[in-house]
Design a protein around this ligand. Structure first.
Ligand SMILES: NC(=O)c1ccc[n+]([C@@H]2O[C@H](COP(=O)([O-])OP(=O)(O)OC[C@H]3O[C@@H](n4cnc5c(N)ncnc54)[C@H](OP(=O)(O)O)[C@@H]3O)[C@@H](O)[C@H]2O)c1
Length: 244
C-alpha cells in the first residue's frame, strides 16, 4: 500500500503508539482519521496535521465504530487502511481477574477490532483492496505470569487476524499483526486493574512509541503477516517476570 494519499484510520490516536502512528503516516502523505475518547487530544493532533479528521469514538460502543467509518467515508469517500491500535492492559494474576475488568478489555482489545474490520471490509472490497493492521502484544507470544487476562484478549486478536488475512486475500485486503514489546506510553498508567508486572524497569529497555509507529507504517507498505518488536529481556537478560 502506497501511503501517499491513502486514507488511514488510527484508533487510540490520542496518545502513545496511536498518536505516533498518525503523525508518521501523515508525514508520509496519508490523510489520517483519529479515533479516541479524549476529544481535546485528537482534535489538537488533527489541527496539527494536514487534511486530518478527528472523530470522538468510544470503541466499546459498536454504534460509534460504525459512525467512525461512516464519518471517514463522508469526508474522504474511501478508507484504505485501518490501524486497530486502541487497547488497555489488565495486569493481575488469574486468580484475581474480575469478570467486569476482563469484559471491558475484551470489548476494547478484541470486539472493537473485529467490529472495525467488519465496518471497513465492504468499502475496501468495493475499492479493490485495503490494509488492516492489528496491534497485539508480545505478551501473547509467551507465557507470562500476571498478565493472563490481557494476553488472552491479544491471543484472540492474533487468531482472528490470521484467519481474516486468509479470508480476505482474494479481495486484495491485507491483514497484518504488529506485536509491540514494552513501550514508553501511558499504557502502564491506565491499566484496567493491577500494575506493571515486576514493578520496575531494571531489565527492560522500553521502546519509544515512534519505533512502534515505524513498524506499523512499515507493515502498511510491506504487507508482512507479522512484525514483532523485541525488548531487553529478549536479548538474554533476565527473568521474564520482571517485565511486561
Ligand atoms: N505500551 C506498551 O508497553 C504496550 C506493549 C504491548 C502492546 N501494547 C498495545 O499497544 C496499543 C497502544 O497502546 P499504547 O502503549 O499507545 O497505550 P496508551 O498510550 O495508553 O494508548 C491507548 C489508546 O487507547 C485508547 N482507548 C482506550 N480505551 C478506549 C475506548 N474505550 N475507546 C477508544 N479508544 C480507547 C486511548 O484513547 P482515549 O483514552 O482517548 O479513548 C489511547 O489513545 C494497545 O493495543 C496496547 O495493548 C502496548
Amino acid at each position: 500500500m502506497e501511503l501517499d494519499g491513502a486514507v488511514v484510520i488510527v484508533t487510540g490516536a490520542s496518545s502513545g503508539i496511536g498518536a505516533a502512528t498518525a503523525r508518521l503516516a501523515a508525514g508520509g502523505g496519508a490523510k489520517v482519521v483519529l479515533a479516541g475518547r479524549r476529544w481535546g487530544r485528537i482534535k489538537e493532533l488533527a489541527d496539527d496535521l494536514p487534511d486530518a479528521l478527528a472523530v470522538q469514538t468510544d470503541l466499546r460502543d459498536p454504534t460509534q465504530i460504525v459512525r467512525l467509518v461512516d464519518a471517514t467515508l463522508d469526508r474522504f469517500g474511501r478508507v484504505d487502511v485501518l490501524v486497530n491500535n486502541a487497547g488497555q492492559g489488565l495486569h493481575v494474576p488469574v486468580e484475581e481477574i474480575r469478570l467486569d475488568d476482563l469484559r471491558a478489555i475484551t470489548e476494547l482489545n478484541f470486539y472493537a477490532p473485529l467490529l472495525a474490520m467488519q465496518a471497513v471490509i465492504p468499502p475496501m472490497r468495493s475499492q479493490g483492496g485495503g490494509v488492516i493492521v492489528n496491534v497485539s502484544s508480545m505478551t501473547s507470544r509467551m507465557v507470562l505470569p500476571g498478565v493472563g487476562g490481557y494476553s488472552a484478549t491479544k491471543s484472540a486478536l492474533n487468531m482472528l487476524s490470521q484467519v481474516a488475512r486468509r479470508e480476505l486475500a482474494p479481495d486484495g485486503i491485507v491483514v497484518s499483526i504488529v506485536y509491540p514489546s514494552v513501550t514508553a506510553t501511558e499504557f502502564h498508567q491506565s491499566l484496567a486493574a493491577g500494575a506493571r508486572v515486576g514493578g520496575d524497569s531494571r531489565a527492560v529497555r522500553a521502546h519509544p512509541a515512534e519505533s512502534v509507529a515505524e513498524a506499523i507504517v512499515g507493515v502498511i507498505g510491506s504487507g508482512e503477516e507479522e512484525v514483532m518488536l523485541t525488548s531487553g529481556w529478549d536479548h538474554g537478560a533476565p527473568d521474564r517476570r520482571e517485565s511486561v
